[in-house]
Design a binder for this molecule. Structure first.
Ligand code: NAP
Length: 227
């Protein structure tokens, strides 16, 4: 049986990952900040264990990692933020607080998540480590605005790519994946695709990941994105 761990699992793309993998018969460790409020997550049927996890809290990361003894095949660092303020993310207006907050969740939180569960992935058969990034982190694709969010995803991409290089000798595949423009709280109602379509596509892409010198930077349809 495949075992999958997902962060930010209470809503949006993370919740759809849980539904998808649980529906396929996988054992799912679904992590979210406030399990007591995660009604939709708790309503998912299948082999789902819910854990309390703020990915910026090292104590919680250690506690969840210590509570899981079994191997984990796939870790998905999905939790992320756009930033506290959408209006103050221009090059001119961006504050240190806003930048640091966004970097802390999207870069540090994702890295610390993947580090915490690396021992579990080493013991697993699937050997996949994934971060949910964004096309907005592509420098080639860059335009203005959302400076903190863009910079955080660019940095995350480099973290993942360095990780791919470091881990390929152990047969671990690393992906930094763009989910598309998805209709979630973050993506808003005008997104191109549903969370379900995104999670289903991403799961297929994850399935095909191979160990390599660089992380795979792909979207939910498997299309390569320029760095
Ligand atoms: N939607 C899009 O169009 C789009 C496009 C490109 C990339 N992405 C990326 O896809 C991922 C999921 O986005 P989404 O659209 O599903 O967003 P969302 O609906 O806003 O959900 C974000 C999730 O991240 C969790 N989260 C935020 N900070 C956290 C922390 N410190 N610790 C643990 N969990 C935390 C949230 O938990 P709470 O409920 O507790 O806040 C929530 O579960 C993100 O990494 C995002 O950057 C999304």
């Amino acid at each position: 049986m495949t075992t999958v761990l997902i962060t930010g699992a209470n809503r949006g793309i993370g919740l759809e990952f849980v539904r998808h993998y649980a529906g396929e018969g996988a054992k799912v460790h679904a992590c979210c900040r406030t399990p007591e409020e995660a009604r939709d997550l708790k309503a998912v049927s299948g082999d789902v264990t819910v854990h309390a996890l703020d990915t910026t809290n090292q104590g919680q990361l250690d506690a969840v990692a210590n509570s899981i003894e079994e191997p984990v095949d796939i870790v998905i660092a999905n939790a992320g933020v756009y930033g506290r303020s959408r209006s103050e993310q221009s090059f001119e207006a961006l504050s240190a607080d806003e930048l640091n907050y966004t970097l802390n969740v999207n870069v540090t939180g994702s890295l610390k998540t993947l580090q915490a569960f690396l021992p579990h992935v080493r013991k697993g058969e699937g050997k996949k480590m994934v971060a949910i990034t964004s096309k907005m982190g592509s420098i080639e694709d860059a335009s203005g605005g959302a400076v903190a969010y863009r910079a955080s995803k660019t940095a995350l991409n480099m973290v993942m790519s360095a990780g791919a290089f470091e881990l390929k000798g152990e047969g671990i595949a690393v992906g930094t994946l763009h989910p598309g423009w998805v209709r979630t709280d973050m993506g808003g109602p005008n997104g191109n695709i549903s969370p379900e379509e995104s999670a289903k596509g991403l799961a297929k892409v994850i399935d095909g990941l191979q160990p390599a010198d660089k992380a795979a930077f792909l979207d939910y349809a498997g299309k390569e994105i320029p760095w």
